[in-house]
Design a protein around this ligand. Sequence first.
Ligand code: 9MR
Length: 482
Amino acid sequence: MAVQLRAAHRPGRALAALALAAAGGLLAAATVGSGPAGAAGTTLRDLAEAKGSYFGTALTQSNLNSSTITAIAGTQFDVVTPGNEMKWDTTEPSAGNFNFGPGDQIVSFAKAHSMRVRGHTLVWHSQLPNWVSSLPTSQVKAAMENHITTEATHYKGQVYSWDVVNEPFNEDGTLRTDAFTNAMGSGYIADALRTARAADPNAKLYLNDYNIEGLGAKSDAMYQLVSSLKQQGVPIDGVGFESHFIVGQVPSSLKANIQRFTALGVNVAITELDDRMPVPASAANLAQQATDYAYVVNSCLAVTGCVGVSQWGVGDPDSWIPDFFSGYGAATMYDDNYQPKAAYNAVVTALGGSSSPSPSVSASPSSSASPSVPPTGAACKVSTQVSAWNTGLTENVTITNTGGSAVNGWTLAFALPGGQSVTNAWNATVSPATGQVGASNLSYNAAIPAGGSTTFGFQANHTGNAAAASGFTLNGVACAAG
Ligand code: 9MR
């Protein structure tokens, strides 16, 4: 499905192709980029599992009606968190009347696709039906315990973990005032955890919150709470870092913060990852998002006890962000058409995946060019578009075939300015990372019809010179600028 590329992966092939170009203009371009899927597999879940981790998503009941969403969810992800279906307003809309139908549907989907379920959530101030908030304080404890016991018992053996208490803190680290603190003070948290453990002894019990991903007052408060719960012998297995980030603002202390929590003897999970930006999304922000996603995944992988990463939703169209943050969106790894974005490719790389296209892409008949049918040189023009920031850039390169016949299989050779180093690419393999570089077609874009164009792109680090590449030759024939 997605094409993920790492410049360093096939230097041999690309160098060979460039040598051929120098020798006579005949390239084995079609062999480049059509290699087998990565050894560990090509889906996020396969790659994560190979590292002893997981990659999850959130799904709502309505998402299950979209074959596009379910196709991606069922193949790419191995953990599902119900977006709304296990929350109190759905599961117990009036006192003692339980409705597990919607949650059960999510569980069925998970089972059918060998996914684990993160139960979300038993006790939360939000999406809490009015009848709970209206109870006399003397009745809240019993209502809470009954709710936890009934729901956790219903899902016993079917959920891998529970977010037992969700979002208990204010931004300054004080405990949020809600029906539960009003009735029980801070003790409601320990009580909720104990009640959940009694109902489902095998479920991992989590506290989950946002803006606790980096060091700061709120994460300090969570840290103190977990530390104190552990000291008291209260059952707690993990802390969920929701991770609703803004592009370019992922806290640099993320890994250190994960480490200090795991040092308390609990797991950490990245539970609701997304990374929003103003829309329409700029190329620079999409590139930064890729960096951010990779950083988050790498931070989790680097710490034993960080068990996995879940994204909140599958793709940009089903993300909660545009509804809650006006003018923002593009927060997930899949774009408006559910095509994988640079963030997806960056995550594949972070998970140790290869730069190969998926097997179905490799097998596509469009990979008709083969080493025994050398591509022909062609008249061409090339245009470039660079979006740069202080240390990096993305560059899109459009090749137009200005000759009279189709090109079948291509390598575009060009010079990168000094200091630029390619970190990843899309719609082509690009290698080597620096200097004189070759970009070669993938199986699905080998053909450029006469008069037609194709675009590929890459991300690069730079040390001050963010100029576009230059000196383009297509299959050994110099191209005009255009
Ligand atoms: O994705 C959920 C969205 O559909 C709901 O409208 C929203 C209501 O609060 O809750 C969303 O999920 C939240 C999650 O349960 C807890 N952390 C923040 C998530 C985004 O708001």
